[in-house]
Design a protein around this ligand. Structure first.
Ligand SMILES: C[S@@+](CC[C@H](N)C(=O)[O-])C[C@H]1O[C@@H](n2cnc3c(N)ncnc32)[C@H](O)[C@@H]1O
Length: 259
């Protein structure tokens, strides 16, 4: 039953609020090429608009939203994440309307939101929750509104695996041993590649292929969907990252969707 899953996941996310920065790739870190940042910056007439950060986490996007938009709302179902976001903002926290709740509960925002943003938060392990959430976001948007997001890419893990496998083979390992090394280095035990799922210390997250992103956004009623990539530098945040600096960078999927 999805309510139970939602409650359990909100507890797990709360538990990870204090060590969040050590555990997750940060799409706002220097060196990361994130097309969502300039896209938000290019939204016309921000001083008259309402922006909502869905799954705000510890709030890395909120200072930018506060600096631009007339009204800023932040939603997260994990109370400890909202506490961390308030702390990050200090006195400016009073200028954000925080809501601790699942982000499919948006009925009070129907037709009110100009800019919705979800950075690595459309990750519900049950795709029925994903579909319900995307539909709720679409209903919340005003005519002319826009939904920006980033989701973790499952094909990027396969890309990293390919590079790790080649490296192990070039080092003289037999194919079976090279497979074993690549699987271990890319932490395959945490992933279900068939369904695009990831499980780590109680957290269960959806990981995405670009075709599924396009499919589910359109299924939720978005008529215009543009996909792009967030590109990460080859550093210690990626498995043996420093060895692949000459290769194209790894990614998450970014999107801009309009009703
Ligand atoms: C990977 S973090 C990303 C946080 C933030 N957007 C960032 O970029 O740093 C995912 C966040 O989404 C929240 N989240 C996940 N599923 C949610 C849901 N169904 N409703 C509300 N928040 C959710 C989690 O509590 C967590 O804070």
């Amino acid at each position: 039953m999805t309510t139970t899953t939602t409650r359990a996941q909100s507890r797990h996310w709360s538990r990870h609020a204090s060590n969040y920065d050590e555990l997750f790739l940060d799409p706002f870190e220097p060196g990361v090429e994130n097309p969502i940042v300039p896209a938000i910056g290019a939204v016309p007439d921000p001083g008259s608009k309402l922006a909502i950060d869905l799954g705000c986490g510890t709030g890395p996007l909120l200072p930018m939203l506060l600096g631009r938009f007339r009204e800023v709302v932040a939603i997260d179902f994990a109370p400890a994440m909202v506490d961390a976001a308030r702390q990050r903002l200090g006195p400016d926290a009073d200028r954000v309307q925080f809501h601790v709740r699942p982000m499919d509960q948006l009925d009070d925002f129907t037709d009110r939101v100009d800019v919705a943003v979800a950075i690595n938060s459309i990750v519900m392990p049950d795709v029925r929750d994903v579909d319900r959430t995307l539909s709720a976001i679409r209903r919340a948007l005003r005519p002319g509104g826009v939904f920006f997001g980033v989701v973790p890419a499952i094909d990027a893990i396969q890309y990293q695996t390919m590079l790790l496998l080649d490296r192990a083979l070039e080092q003289g390992n037999a194919p079976a041993e090279a497979d074993r090394l690549a699987q271990q280095q890319a932490e395959h035990h945490l992933y279900d590649f068939g369904f695009g799922r990831f499980a780590f210390r109680g957290l269960r997250q959806k990981f995405w292929q670009s075709f599924e992103l396009d499919y589910r956004l359109r299924k939720a009623g978005f008529g215009s969907v543009r996909l792009d990539q967030v590109l990460y530098p080859w550093d210690a945040n990626l498995p043996l990252g420093e060895h692949f600096r000459g290769q194209p960078r790894s990614w998450d999927w970014a999107f801009e969707a309009r009703p």
